[in-house]
Design a binder for this molecule. Structure first.
Ligand SMILES: [Zn+2]
Length: 200
């Protein structure tokens, strides 16, 4: 065999293999920046926390809905005459979602002067947990169903005062309040509490 032919064949092989390799490398390179981060967009039901917050509002608090969600539509608002619920839009990248963005989608807010906003997430979670349960006639029994452990240590006394007021609202028997801003209407509280108690 001619040695020149051997060299030519080798060069030919190299050229052919380089041509085959090149497009693959190009594809790999251009694919990475072209892939945009997926956006997770939707709405969530948000409300500040207040003594007279209805059970429907508590139940739907934090509900997420929209195109990419199992639930496509939100609840019919308002839930009741006191309802302060809003549906707020959100948009996150998939990595933000991975880092837990959907769990802390909005700022907690309290409408009660003595109750700091930091107390809201745990209190709201506790209220959600017992939302379907009947309200015990005794305020201490009501607080026991929530469990002091499920409240933040730093804001516990404010949360307990809130729960006493809420119990008064739910049962229509307002507690003797230390604050002067208690405007609980017994008749209204009773009418709102009645269907909830019947609820299993
Ligand atoms: Zn509502």
């Amino acid at each position: 065999m001619n040695p020149y032919l051997g060299v030519l064949l080798l060069i030919g092989l190299l050229v052919v293999s380089w041509r085959f390799m090149r497009p693959r490398q190009r594809g790999e390179k251009s694919e990475r920046p072209r892939r945009p981060e997926r956006k997770v967009e939707g709405f969530h039901v948000w409300s500040p926390l207040y003594v007279r917050m209805g059970r429907g509002c508590i139940q739907d608090y934090g509900m997420q809905f929209g195109q990419g969600f199992r639930r496509k539509e939100g609840p019919l608002l308002p839930h009741d005459p006191h309802c302060r619920c809003e549906t707020l839009p959100f948009s996150f990248t998939s990595s933000e979602v991975f880092a837990g963005a959907l769990r802390r989608v909005s700022e907690p807010k309290s409408l009660e002067p003595g109750l700091p906003a930091e107390a809201v997430p745990k209190l709201m979670a506790a209220l959600k947990r017992i939302n379907a349960e009947p309200v015990p006639p005794d305020a201490d029994a009501y607080i026991a169903t929530i469990g002091a452990d499920s409240l933040d240590a730093g804001t516990q006394s404010a949360a307990l005062a809130f729960l006493r007021e809420r119990h008064g609202f739910l049962t229509g028997t307002p507690p003797s309040p230390p604050a002067s801003n208690n405007r609980t209407d017994p008749a209204e509280g009773a009418s709102l509490a009645a269907p909830a108690v019947k609820n299993p």
